[in-house]
Design a protein around this ligand. Structure first.
Ligand code: NAP
Length: 221
C-alpha cells in the first residue's frame, strides 16, 4: 500500500515493488485519498483491510513548497496559515494514516509501515536553521512514528514502524533547492525507491521507531 503514489518517490516505490514481484500493490494518489480527510483514509483502510492483512504500508506524501508557500529563511517569514498547512500535510496526515493502517498489519509475522521523513527533521543535525515549518513538522512526525512503534511492539512484535530519509531526490518538492547540492548527490526517484526498498527489507523490529536514511544509517533525533 503506497500513499502519495502520484508523487515522484511514491510513484517510483510502486514501480520498485512491482519490479520485486510483490503480488498485489495498491497506490493511492491525492485524488483517491486526501490524507487530510480522515474519512478518505478510513475508507481506504476499510476497503483494503477487507482483503486481509497488509504486509507493507508506505506513506510518501509531503509538502515543502506550493504557490504562496516557501520554506522560511528567518523568523520574520513565519506565517500562521503556512505553519498549519505544512504541519498538517507532513505530520497530521501521516499520523492519521498510521492510526488507520497500523491495525491492518499482521500480528504474527514480519510487516512494515514506513513514512517519508527528512534529515532536516533531526533536531541534533540542524546547523543551518531556517525551514521552520517543514523541519518542525518532520521532527513531530518522527515522534509520532516513535510512539506508534512502541504501541505496535506490544501488539505485533515482528512489525517495523519507521521514518525514512530518501536523500536528495529529483522531484517537484526538491527542485527549487538543488542549488547548493552537488549533482552527484541528487538521485533519481527510481534509485531512491530502490534504496528505500532495500532499507525496508532489511529493517529489524529492534530498529522500529527510528529514522533511517537511504543507506540504512540511523539519523539521530
Ligand atoms: N525529494 C527530496 O529530495 C526529499 C528529501 C527528503 C525528504 N523527502 C520526502 O519524501 C516524500 C516524497 O517527496 P517527493 O520528493 O516524492 O515529492 P512530490 O513528488 O511532491 O510528492 C509528494 C506527494 O504528496 C502528495 N500530497 C500532498 N498533500 C497531500 C494530501 N493532503 N493527500 C494526499 N497526498 C498529498 C502530493 O500530491 P499532489 O501531487 O496532488 O500535490 C505529491 O504527490 C515527502 O514526504 C518529502 O518530504 C523528499
Amino acid at each position: 500500500m503506497v500513499f502519495g503514489a502520484g508523487g515522484a518517490i511514491g510513484g517510483a516505490m510502486v514501480a520498485e515493488l512491482a519490479a520485486r514481484s510483490v503480488p498485489e500493490i495498491h497506490g493511492l494518489a491525492r485524488a483517491q485519498a486526501d490524507i487530510l480527510n480522515e474519512e478518505d483514509v478510513a475508507l481506504a483502510a476499510a476497503r483494503l483491510g477487507a482483503d486481509g492483512p497488509l504486509d507493507t504500508v508506505i506513506v510518501a506524501t509531503g509538502l515543502l513548497h506550493a504557490p504562496g508557500i516557501a520554506p522560511e529563511k528567518a523568523l520574520r517569514d513565519l506565517r500562521q496559515d503556512v505553519l498549519a498547512q505544512v504541519f498538517a500535510v507532513n505530520c497530521i496526515g501521516p499520523a492519521l494514516v498510521i492510526k488507520h493502517f497500523l491495525p491492518l498489519l499482521p500480528r504474527d509475522r514480519p510487516a512494515r509501515l514506513a513514512v517519508l521523513s527528512a534529515r532536516v527533521g533531526s533536531v541534533s543535525d540542524n546547523r543551518l536553521g531556517g525551514w521552520y515549518a517543514y523541519r518542525a513538522a518532520k521532527a513531530a512526525l518522527n515522534m509520532v512514528v516513535r510512539s506508534a512503534a512502541i504501541e505496535m511492539a506490544r501488539r505485533a512484535p515482528k512489525a517495523v514502524v519507521i521514518a525514512l530519509h530518501p536523500g536528495t531526490v529529483e522531484s517537484r518538492l526538491s527542485a527549487p533547492f538543488h542549488g547548493g547540492v552537488p549533482a552527484t548527490q541528487i538521485v533519481s526517484p527510481a534509485l531512491a525507491a530502490k534504496n528505500l526498498a532495500d532499507v525496508l527489507e532489511k529493517a529489524t523490529p529492534e530498529q522500529s521507531g527510528r529514522v533511517l536514511a537511504f543507506d540504512g544509517q540511523e539519523i539521530a533525533p
